[in-house]
Design a protein around this ligand. Structure first.
Ligand SMILES: [Zn+2]
Length: 256
């Protein structure tokens, strides 16, 4: 089992595209190519030849580079079975429980509807790497454009049980604004207060705050913590049902 090398490419306002490279075979995937040129340039500089695109969902800032990159490299495009009609150039359709091999590194695929109805995530267990698109963010989660709070809770629960050291390669640098919101619902969470101090220091120097880890998200991400008594109290629902508390927290974030 090969351990992937992962390279982060910041593009557009706040997107992260990832290059995931199997050092044993040379297989290299672009995860969610929002754009073309900066990503191919980064791969060139690393000496990595693009063999795959892995899409998490259909939004344009995740698939915008698909067709041009496929035309230029002949790569194989892997994406969600449930959204096959919305993924440009899709070759391989995957869904819950599937294993997809990138060179000698294997990804387990999760269906994680909520942000979109066909959203998937790729977990490379041997690389401690989760590519979760717009489902989980550092201290946040994706907006519910096409799913219900109950669906998103079920999706996020799949991530909560991953090994704590798993790195969370989410697709946007939203951490600072997410953290500002998180502090409004968990002002007494010491881990959160400390994390925000670290995040503010990093952002002041334009340093990425992504990837995060499952361990730190469990301690500081309000969307994984609807069972926290402090959070329940802050949203006026002490002892509240998990999905209801999550829904209220998400609604407050939408208005934040
Ligand atoms: Zn999206």
């Amino acid at each position: 089992m090969s351990r992937l090398s992962v390279h982060q490419v910041p593009v557009l306002n706040d997107n992260y595209v990832y290059l995931a490279h199997c050092p044993e075979t040379g297989a290299t995937a672009i995860v969610d190519p929002a754009v073309v040129d900066p990503v191919l340039t980064a791969a060139d500089k690393l000496g990595w030849t693009i063999t795959h695109i892995l899409n998490t969902h259909h939004h344009g800032d995740h698939t915008g580079g698909n067709l041009e990159i496929k035309a230029k490299t002949g790569c194989t495009i892997v994406g969600p079975k449930a959204d096959r009609d919305r993924i440009p150039g899709i070759d391989v359709e995957v869904g819950e429980g599937d294993t997809y091999k990138l060179g000698n590194a294997a990804a387990r695929v999760f269906d994680v509807p909520g942000h979109t109805r066909g959203h998937i995530a790729y977990w490379f267990s041997g690389s401690d790497a989760l590519f979760c698109g717009d489902t989980l963010f550092a201290m946040g989660c994706g907006r519910l454009f096409e799913g219900t709070p109950a669906q998103m809770v079920t999706s996020l629960a799949k991530f909560k049980s991953l090994p704590p050291e798993t790195r969370v390669f989410c697709a946007h640098e939203y951490t600072q604004s997410n953290g500002r919101f998180a502090l409004t619902v968990e002002p007494d969470n010491k881990d959160l207060v400390q994390r925000m101090a670290d995040v503010n220091a990093a952002r002041a120097k334009n340093i990425p705050t992504v990837p995060s880890t499952i361990a730190i998200e469990l301690k500081t991400n309000p969307f994984l913590r609807a069972d926290s008594p402090g959070l329940q109290k802050a949203v006026g629902m002490p002892g509240g049902d998990y999905v209801a508390v999550f829904a209220e927290t998400r609604a407050r974030k939408d208005r934040f």
